[in-house]
Structure formats: structure tokens, C-alpha cells
Ligand binder design. Structure first.
Ligand SMILES: *Cc1c(COP(=O)(O)O)cnc(C)c1O
Length: 294
């Protein structure tokens, strides 16, 4: 059984579009390079969860997500690599898309459920897998063990003044914030959901620390795109070689450039931006028939 392990990822300086200015230094932590499908923060979030499931001698990992979930793809691949069976419980009508097909490749059993059933995830799980050796993983890998894994993202050494990441459930930011404190770094999140101001308090509760989340960069809401965002992703890719996805890291990086323009950082700051991966999402965007995601 191969379980996920601790892993170091490279940090790269970003000079694109920054040469002329006297703004902060920007570096990017390439968590996207961890694995093509167990990408970025999903590896971090699953690491201790899989260890726990193994210790409890569970055979099947059961988790939840939407039909475009990076988390379900990561779980399907990690499960198959580590000898677990996997079930993905998917919100809404049955759909057939690239993400669902990838999950099926790794043997994930898919169950489509109504939004009503999805809202009561724990009950659904307990009814469906009553006294089995199935292991419950919450949507997006949120939770204590997921947060602990995300603490490993933060590099040691105190070179950086700030560390920034995208916020979905906020588990990643909570873990990063906990570990950043000891390194003297300020952790900040860019929220990709609309009307999600409540997440700031949720993250604070998870980490036990005050949380800084910027809520003005969701660009219309979760998974919503616009020509300016897609253009930014394209020019960033051609200028740096680094691909960003349109749901999380594209919005994150655009926000970082906006914060720089607004004079949010000083020229003495050294900002570390975490590339949390998610490139299966970009690939599906590039396939014409798959564009109308919800
Ligand atoms: C899932 C995901 C996130 C969100 O992480 P949370 O811990 O839920 O906030 C961020 N970036 C990418 C690329 C993701 O796939």
C-alpha cells in the first residue's frame, strides 16, 4: 500500500510584469507539481486522512463533491494508488464529463444524489454504509486532518513576509495560517465564492487564529469566468510557463497583482503565493463542449 507522504515543492520567483515597479518580491510555491491528478492542496488534505483510514483498517473511502470536483479526482487516484476502494457521492443529476470519467478510470464508484440528500451528507453516508468498513471524508477533504496536512505547505526559514492562497472551504488557509505564525509570516486568503463573508469566522474557528480573507475577488461567484480572467491566465502562462486554473489560482494570482497595484504591499515585502493546482479544471475549460459548467 502506497500512502501519500510528505513532499517538498519548488519555489519560483515571478518577475513577469513586475520588473519596472518598486513593489514587493513575488514567489510562487508550486504545489501543482506534486502530482498531475492528486494535485496541490488535495494531496496535502488527503495525506493524514488516508493514514487514519489505513490505521482503522477501512477498505473504502467515501467522499462528496460537485460534478467538477478536483477533490473527487484526487481521491479516486489516491485511493487506487493506496489500495482503497472509493465512492464519490455527487450532487445533482447524473452527468458525464471529463472529471467524472477520470474518476471512473480509477475505479471510483459514483452515486448521484439530490441536493436534498446531499445536504445531509453524514446521514446519507450512515444509511448507505451502515456497519461497514467505509471511511467518511467530508466534501473537499475539509476537517481537522485535512487542515493538519495543509500546515506542511508552509516553508521553514522565515524568508517571506506573506503567504497567500485561494479559499474554497478555507481548510487550506486555516492550516497555512497555523504554520505561518511560527515562521513570522502573515497568511491571507482570496475567496473564490460570492456571499461567503462567513468563511472568515469559520477559518478563524478552525485555526484558532484571526483570519484575513479578501472577499472582493470572486469575479461573480464560484467557477464563474469572464474574458478578462481567461486572458490573464493566457498571458500569465505565456509569460511565465505556469498554468493557472480559472476557478481558484487564476483568481488568486489576478488578485495578487491587483493588491500590488493598490499599494497593499511594501517594497520590503516578499510574498509567497501558493499554487494549489487544480489543472483538471482548466483542461475541461479548454474542451469546447464542456464549457458551460455550473
Ligand atoms: C480545492 C481547491 C482549493 C480550495 O481549498 P480549500 O481548502 O477548500 O479552501 C484551492 N485551490 C485549488 C486548485 C483547489 O482544487
Amino acid at each position: 500500500m502506497i500512502l501519500l507522504h510528505d513532499i517538498e515543492t519548488p519555489i519560483q520567483r515571478v518577475e513577469w510584469k513586475l520588473k519596472e515597479s518598486d513593489g514587493p518580491q513575488i514567489h510562487i510555491k508550486r504545489e501543482d507539481l506534486i502530482h498531475p491528478f492528486i494535485s496541490g492542496n488535495k494531496w496535502r488534505k488527503l495525506r493524514y486522512v488516508l493514514e487514519d483510514a489505513g490505521r482503522k483498517e477501512c477498505k473504502r473511502l467515501v467522499s462528496f463533491g460537485g460534478p467538477w470536483s478536483n477533490h473527487l479526482v484526487a481521491l479516486a487516484c489516491a485511493g487506487a494508488s493506496s489500495g482503497f476502494a472509493t465512492t464519490g457521492i455527487v450532487r445533482g443529476e447524473p452527468v458525464d464529463n471529463v472529471v467524472m470519467r477520470l474518476c471512473t478510470m480509477w475505479g471510483m464508484q459514483l452515486e448521484f444524489v439530490s441536493r436534498e440528500q446531499y445536504q445531509h451528507k453524514q446521514e446519507y453516508f450512515e444509511r448507505r454504509y451502515p456497519h461497514s468498513d467505509a471511511y467518511f471524508i467530508d466534501e473537499g477533504g475539509r476537517g481537522e486532518l485535512g487542515m493538519r496536512g495543509c500546515m506542511d505547505i508552509v516553508p521553514k526559514g522565515g524568508l517571506y513576509t506573506h503567504i497567500l492562497c485561494a479559499v474554497g472551504t478555507g481548510t487550506t488557509l486555516a492550516g497555512i495560517a497555523k504554520a505561518a505564525l511560527a515562521q513570522g509570516m502573515k497568511a491571507e486568503g482570496i475567496c473564490v465564492l460570492k456571499h461567503a463573508e462567513g468563511l472568515t469566522d469559520d477559518i478563524s474557528r478552525m485555526s484558532g487564529l484571526p483570519a484575513t480573507v479578501h472577499h472582493q475577488y470572486h469575479r461573480g461567484g464560484y467557477a464563474k469566468t469572464d474574458p478578462e480572467l481567461l486572458q490573464f491566465i493566457q498571458t500569465f502562462a505565456s509569460g511565465t510557463g505556469i498554468l493557472l486554473d480559472q476557478v481558484y489560482t487564476g483568481k488568486l494570482m489576478m488578485a495578487v497583482f491587483d493588491l500590488i497595484d493598490m499599494g497593499y504591499f511594501s517594497s520590503k515585502d516578499n510574498v509567497l503565493v501558493v499554487h494549489t493546482g487544480g489543472l483538471t479544471g482548466l483542461i475541461s475549460q479548454l474542451i469546447p463542449d464542456q464549457r458551460n459548467r455550473t
